[in-house]
Design a protein around this ligand. Structure first.
Ligand SMILES: Nc1ncnc2c1ncn2[C@@H]1O[C@H](COP(=O)(O)OP(=O)(O)OP(=O)(O)O)[C@@H](O)[C@H]1O
Ligand SMILES: [Mg+2]
Length: 227
């Protein structure tokens, strides 16, 4: 028996919208292992981003427990959550979210600077940029890259601090199908090569089929669709 890397135990989350509470997650239970490649589908408003935000330590549940990498993060302070995000979580977004005034290399370096404040590891940055096939563009700025290239830089940035968990919210939503598939291949390779647990939200059923675990989330309820 392996210890799960991610565990949700009866997790609830609601938001206040005007005077009305909106339930975003309801009685969510989840158990994922190291190296799992997890895909999550579901209608708009179903709770996908809410789930990723809880996984990222960007938000806390109203009720229930979240255990990441052996620790109960649902009890963490803001400071502990910040450290968790900086050291153990990588995030890839639909709109890339690269810093426009920084070069490719500096964008990848940024999480290291945030985590260690002064010491960075040039070799590590080169290895990651090689990994995503973009070392030759290290001095370029994001605006000089294609969408697919920007997303590859975002993946290098997300992996540079060797996260235990890589989260991706619609990472192929702004790419054509060819570049989208390249991004998916790269994330799948990262899950295998680094034993990183990847959790990816997608609207594309072909992309969702690539995961070894599949979930659907609808009206805040998560169901395991793994065959
Ligand atoms: N900050 C917020 N304040 C109020 N309600 C919110 C907030 N964030 C999310 N919600 C509500 O919670 C529910 C789940 O939202 P969530 O963003 O998780 O959906 P989603 O599955 O990611 O949708 P999409 O596919 O459109 O991105 C929705 O009803 C949404 O309106
Ligand atoms: Mg969303």
């Amino acid at each position: 028996m392996t210890t799960p890397i991610i565990q949700f135990i009866d997790v609830y989350k609601s938001y206040q919208s005007g005077s009305q509470p909106v339930t975003a997650l309801e009685a969510v239970n989840l158990s994922l292992d190291a190296g799992d490649f997890v895909t999550i589908m579901g209608p708009s408003g179903g709770g996908k981003t809410t789930l990723l935000n809880l996984l990222a330590g960007l938000d806390l549940p109203d009720k229930g427990q979240i255990i990441l990498n052996g620790r109960k993060v649902s009890d963490f302070s803001d400071h502990e959550l910040t450290l968790l995000r900086r050291k153990e979580i990588g995030f890839v977004f639909q709109f890339f979210n690269l810093m426009p005034t920084l070069t490719v290399m500096e964008n990848v370096e940024l999480p290291l600077l945030l985590a260690h404040s002064s010491r960075t590891d040039g070799e590590r940055i080169k290895t990651l940029l090689d990994y995503v096939g973009l070392w030759h563009r290290a001095s370029s700025f994001p605006a000089e890259l294609s969408g697919g290239e920007m997303q590859r830089v975002a993946i290098a940035r997300a992996l540079v601090h060797q996260p235990v968990i890589l989260l991706a919210d619609e990472p192929t939503g702004n790419l054509d199908s060819e570049n989208g598939l390249k991004i998916i291949d790269l994330m799948r390779k990262a899950a295998t090569d680094f034993k990183t647990t990847v959790v990816m939200v997608t609207h594309n059923p072909q992309v969702a089929a690539i995961g070894n675990r599949h979930f659907e989330i609808r009206d805040g309820k998560l169901t395991d669709q793994t065959a």
